[in-house]
Design a protein around this ligand. Structure first.
Ligand code: ATP
Ligand code: MG
Length: 393
């Protein structure tokens, strides 16, 4: 029924050179997304418009689903695009469109004509009337409703004639590749995949780091994180995932530091390692799934103690989210079912019964002092044995 899509994007605040970059990035992401769908697609732009047109047979549902994951798209309008000749032909095309898209004619409608081609002999209002009349004559069950039509029939006179009336919401946001890169600390939990999704939605390219603690955490726990990265990559594009072997560092902390400080100290080492890889790859920040007060290590004091080891900004998009709000997003983006699989997490294995909720940075630093002499080599080994997996190519 449809062979083409009109792709609408938000334009607010995007002007001049930025708009050109935005459009270019969006076209690139659309090509990547449709590249995985059955069919041959041609993407073209025309003054603030992006079209995706299928040449020959294609998977319509697959194309819509792929486009619904491309950040920057506000709406996807399945469209007929035909040659623009004269009013008689236009009437025939519009009637054929209605007949094909709306088998049930018992509907209200309104015609919205836009005339970019000012040479056409009729103006927009005249075309609205002419098309409205011929529709009413041909399909007597249909009626006009100018305030709340069931069918908003858009007729655009551009290089060719665009006819569309359906609008499928896109995800919004900014096209990936327009805002630099950031390193996501990705665990197997519910929160961090959502955090990565949200930052990626603002156009940021994502890399990820996962702290693995074999044999305390299993291969299945690692696979779960790879799977989560795979789900995020359907939106964000391929993710370079660093799998850090964290066991020896955790054991050293466990053996040397007060147990109520374990989580904070462990988190500080995670941040140091994440920042190391982030800097190497020109990332502009770190991302975590923390939110204020969710657990002891996420009080404002604990977050400050974690932040203190970072020189890069730490982005925490869920900082003010309630757990249920995070779960809602994770269900929507399809990470929830994977996140709740019951595999062990390196943080829960070495967790203290009564972790500090108001860590004193001086005390934490003194505890970390005790690691000097052993931790350096462990850090070096962790960095040099890190496995790199590209997910979602
Ligand atoms: P999540 O659901 O993201 O695991 P959480 O509620 O379990 O979060 P914590 O375990 O306190 O919270 O972890 C806080 C944040 O630290 C996580 O959101 C994540 O960004 C990071 N993090 C925790 N454990 C790991 C890990 N093993 N590898 C990578 N990052 C981790
Ligand atoms: Mg967790």
């Amino acid at each position: 029924m449809f062979r083409a899509f009109l792709i609408k994007y938000g334009e607010i605040g995007i002007k001049g050179k930025n708009r050109y970059l935005f459009e270019e990035a969006l076209v690139r992401q659309i090509k990547l997304a449709l590249g995985k769908v059955e069919g041959d697609f041609v993407i073209s732009t025309e003054r603030g418009r992006i079209y995706a047109e299928a040449k020959g047979r294609f998977d319509y549902d697959g194309a819509v689903e792929a486009l619904r994951r491309v950040f920057g798209i506000v709406a996807i309008c399945p469209m007929w695009q035909v040659d623009l000749t004269d009013m008689d032909q236009m009437k025939k095309d519009v009637l054929a469109y209605i007949d094909s898209v709306y088998p049930d004619k018992n509907k209200s409608f309104k015609v919205f004509t836009k005339r970019a081609d000012k040479n056409f002999p009729l103006n927009s209002q005249e075309i609205n009337i002419a098309l409205g009349d011929v529709i009413l004559d041909t399909y007597p069950e249909m009626h006009v409703d100018v305030h709340n039509p069931e069918i908003a029939l858009n007729v655009e006179l551009r290089n060719r004639l665009n006819i569309y009336s359906e609008s499928i919401p896109g995800p919004g946001g900014m096209p990936v590749g327009t805002a630099g890169k950031a390193m996501l600390l990705l665990s197997g939990g519910i929160d961090s995949p959502v955090a990565g999704f949200m930052v990626s939605k603002r156009g940021v390219t994502i890399e990820a780091v996962y702290f693995h603690a074999p044999p305390y955490t299993s291969e299945r726990a690692k696979q779960k994180v790879i799977d989560l990265a795979g789900i995020i990559s359907r939106y964000s594009g391929p993710i370079k995932l660093f799998v850090v072997n964290f066991t020896d560092i955790q054991l050293a902390i466990y053996d040397t530091c007060p147990h109520d400080e374990l989580t904070i100290i462990m988190r500080r080492y995670m941040m140091r390692i994440a920042e190391y890889f982030a800097k190497k790859d020109d990332c502009l920040g770190l991302i975590t799934g923390e939110s204020i007060g969710q657990v002891a290590s996420q009080t404002m004091k604990s977050l400050a103690a974690t932040d203190a080891v970072c020189t890069m900004p730490v982005y925490r998009p869920l900082i003010a989210f309630d757990k249920q709000d995070i779960i809602d997003v994770s269900e929507r983006i399809d990470t929830y079912e994977t996140s709740i699989l019951p595999y062990e997490d390196c943080c829960t294995i070495f967790v203290a019964k009564h972790p500090v909720t108001k860590p004193n940075i001086g005390a934490i630093r003194r505890s970390e002092h005790r690691l000097e002499g052993t931790i350096e080599e462990l850090m070096e080994t962790a960095l040099s044995t890190t496995e790199i997996i590209t997910v979602g190519e």
